[in-house]
Design a protein. Structure first.
Length: 254
């Protein structure tokens, strides 16, 4: 077992060497095997993580009336097969968790052929002023029957790329929108968090200051809003686990 003082500082033992993790997480040695155990700090209303090599901060927060809207709202859209058996019938597309006005915008785009909800398809509305947000980004995940964790992970990564290309500084995602279609909600949150953080990695330790400035990402913060029923220990644990895994992956990239 590790020294308790070192564990409290985020120390880890890997291949018999003591390392220090950016995240305050515990790593336990049990019968010569290493397990990653996220340390959950009680029932805090906000979990903040920023992995080593990342420029962006990702937060899992409990939504409340005082929650300030970010610059852009990100909504994932899923295709549902048409009820009609007629050939050529188009699948319906919906963004679960969005209000009626926002979904009306989505349906208008679908009816006009501007958006179909295909996998990795994105549609950005600037100055939409919907649901209290200046901008809205719809990201397609494809059909509901093909939905899995890897599709969500890649879909979230595509959202990150689009947000940066549109020079967005902050974004909100709804946890209920992310987990729609998954039996295991916490694992879906983990996949989405991994997709965000893996994209944001940039190893620039030996880059010149001018180069670092040019490589800066515009997206600085993403907040995942959770309702009271979803802001539980299982979701917090999945969120922390994603950050640990991403930090381990980033360590191997260095």
């Amino acid at each position: 077992m590790f020294d308790n003082a070192l564990i409290g500082q985020g120390a880890i033992k890997l291949n018999h060497k003591m390392l220090y993790s950016h995240n305050p997480l515990c790593y336990l040695d049990w019968h010569n095997k290493f397990y990653i155990v996220p340390r959950i700090n009680g029932l805090k209303l906000c979990l903040k993580q920023q992995t080593k090599g990342s420029q962006m901060q990702v937060e899992l927060i409990k939504t409340s009336p005082s929650t300030k809207a970010a610059q852009t709202l990100v909504l994932f859209a899923i295709q549902t097969p048409a009820k009609s058996a007629k050939s050529g019938a188009k699948p319906s597309v919906a963004a679960f968790g969005a209000d009626k006005a926002t979904n009306d915008w989505l349906q208008d785009a679908v009816n006009e052929g501007a958006f179909r909800g295909d996998f990795k398809e994105c549609l950005f509305f600037r100055h939409a002023n919907l649901s209290g947000y200046k901008n809205v980004l719809f990201c397609g995940l494809g059909t509901s029957k093909n939905l899995n964790h890897e599709i969500l992970r890649q879909g979230t990564a595509q959202a990150w790329h689009t947000l940066n290309s549109e020079k967005t500084k902050s974004a909100h995602m709804f946890l209920e929108n992310i987990t729609k279609g998954f039996r295991d909600g916490p694992s879906a949150l983990q996949a989405a968090t991994e997709g965000l953080l893996l994209c944001d990695y940039d190893y620039d330790d030996y880059k010149a200051a001018e180069t670092k400035k040019d490589r800066c990402h515009s997206l600085q913060k993403v907040q995942i809003l959770a309702g009271a029923k979803q802001f539980t220990a299982s979701y917090k644990g999945a969120f922390n686990t994603a950050n640990v895994l991403v930090e381990c992956v980033n360590l191997t990239r260095r």
